[in-house]
Design a protein around this ligand. Structure first.
Ligand code: 5CA
Length: 429
């Protein structure tokens, strides 16, 4: 992509309305633009990152034996009357009436819709387990939308719903999601800590939030200083029960098992939340299957959310410096930024064009800064938007055949020939 064609309206000044670094950097790098409180347009770079995050989530959900569907954003109130949640969900639910005077709502979550589908099509225990997910926009009329897309009113969520015959089966689904989550966040260079959590309006009696540690995080968490970071090989529900990490609503100093000198607090960003809630929705919505003994049993359910759009902010909170964003390669809008230091120099520009074409042929996502502007501004923009690699070509490159390769994360710069830089971009990352 050529910068002259692309659209990334960068800002030099810090926007007044942005209180946290991820919000500031998303606005300054031209990723999003606010339409009204808590509702945003995703501009090209923001959308590229959002799609890459969604794709990683999708791959790990598929690996965990889950089937992708796409449920609607608008749901009928009648379904929520059945589960009993319509009147208790409160003002966070955006309600509307259609032309036939039927009450509708913009879905804040989708337990009712998916359980209804299950109840109509799945009839036997032989078809279990089943796990369905979708990546779809949700709406919650948050009382205080803030921090940009971090707490929006409209936001993109991955929500997965599991259906099992037994409690043990449901716990195995829960465990499969824990593993999928650890893998998912690791692929985005994030360390997410699972903490015990309250179940809120989703309900149920077992729940964990995945928290990314960040000083600006909205959640306060309590944990044992001996708490270990879990990986896919060690994360099990049983293991989690023996480790202490809890969200603030669940921490009670009276009953806390951790000695006071070992108890730590930290702030976190909740990027995922998993729930086991048994038959809370299957009974009222009629999701029963025939069991091995021929009797009808309500299915055991869980639901598993990831804040897809919130992750964009969380990754920036974890990966930035005073110059701008530092994207992990797996979610970067482009892998490489190619800087032409003097587009008026014909030989230099020819060299850049040639390298750009070769990068494109090698399918390396490249943003070629071919704009006619000062090099200071070009360098500042490139650091701000945070692409993992910068290839810098100037008039001197024409005589030496060398360019500069900069690693955005380490700041390390090396002189390298144009052939070698192409090879390196093909093989690294
Ligand atoms: N149905 C369940 C799981 S599928 C559910 O709705 N869970 S949730 O309420 O915890 O939301 C799932 C995830 O969505 C949260 O962990 C959080 O990362 C994200 N999320 C929730 N509210 C917002 C919001 N207002 N803005 C951005 N992301 C949000």
């Amino acid at each position: 992509m050529r910068s002259s064609v692309y659209f990334y309206p960068t800002l030099k000044e810090t926007p007044q309305e942005a209180q946290i670094v991820s919000h500031r950097l998303m606005l300054r790098s031209g990723m999003i633009s606010q339409v009204t409180a808590g509702i945003y347009t995703w501009l090209p770079s923001g959308l590229k990152v959002l799609n890459k995050i969604a794709q990683i989530i999708r791959q790990e959900q598929d690996r965990a034996q889950s089937l992708e569907v796409l449920m609607p954003t608008i749901q009928p109130a009648a379904l929520w009357e059945k589960s009993g949640r319509y009147h208790i969900y409160g003002k966070e639910m955006l309600r509307m009436v259609d032309r036939h005077e039927r009450e509708m709502l913009y879905g804040p979550t989708a337990e009712e819709v998916i359980t209804d589908i299950f109840s109509r099509f799945v009839k036997s225990y032989k078809d279990l387990p089943k796990r369905f997910y979708n990546i779809q926009w949700k709406f919650r009329d948050e009382i205080r939308p803030r921090f940009g897309i971090m707490r929006g009113r409209e936001f993109l969520m991955k929500d997965n719903y599991s259906f099992d015959l037994t409690v043990e089966g449901a716990k195995a689904s829960y465990q499969a999601m824990l593993e999928a989550y650890v893998r998912t966040f690791a692929r985005m260079d994030l360390t997410a800590i699972p903490v015990r959590a309250a179940t809120g309006p989703i309900g149920g009696d077992l729940s964990h939030e995945f928290q990314i540690l960040a000083e600006t995080g909205e959640s306060e968490i309590f944990y044992d200083a001996a708490y270990e970071t879990l990986d896919v090989n060690t994360i099990t529900l049983e293991r989690l029960q023996t480790l202490y990490a809890a969200a603030d609503e669940l921490h009670d100093p009276q009953t806390c098992p951790v000695p006071a000198d070992q108890l730590r607090t930290a702030r976190g960003i909740e990027v995922g939340h998993v729930f086991y809630f048994g038959t809370k929705y299957s009974i009222p919505l009629g999701a029963y299957v025939t069991g091995p003994d021929g009797k009808q049993v309500p299915v055991e359910m869980g639901s598993y959310g990831i804040g897809v759009s919130r992750l964009v902010g969380a990754i920036i909170e974890a990966h930035h410096d005073d110059k701008g964003i530092i994207w992990p390669e797996s979610v970067a809008p482009f892998k490489v930024g190619l800087l032409n230091l003097n587009i008026k120099d014909k030989a230099c520009t020819e060299m850049c064009e040639d390298l750009y074409q070769k990068l494109l042929q090698a399918k390396i996502e490249t943003l070629y800064d071919d704009r006619d502007m000062g090099i200071g501004a070009k360098f500042a923009d490139m650091d701000l938007i945070g692409l993992p690699w910068q290839i810098i070509v100037g008039p001197r490159s024409v005589t030496t055949g060398q360019c500069e390769l900069k690693n955005r994360r380490t700041g390390e710069k090396i002189e390298i020939s144009l052939e070698d830089v192409l090879k390196r971009m093909c093989y690294c990352g």
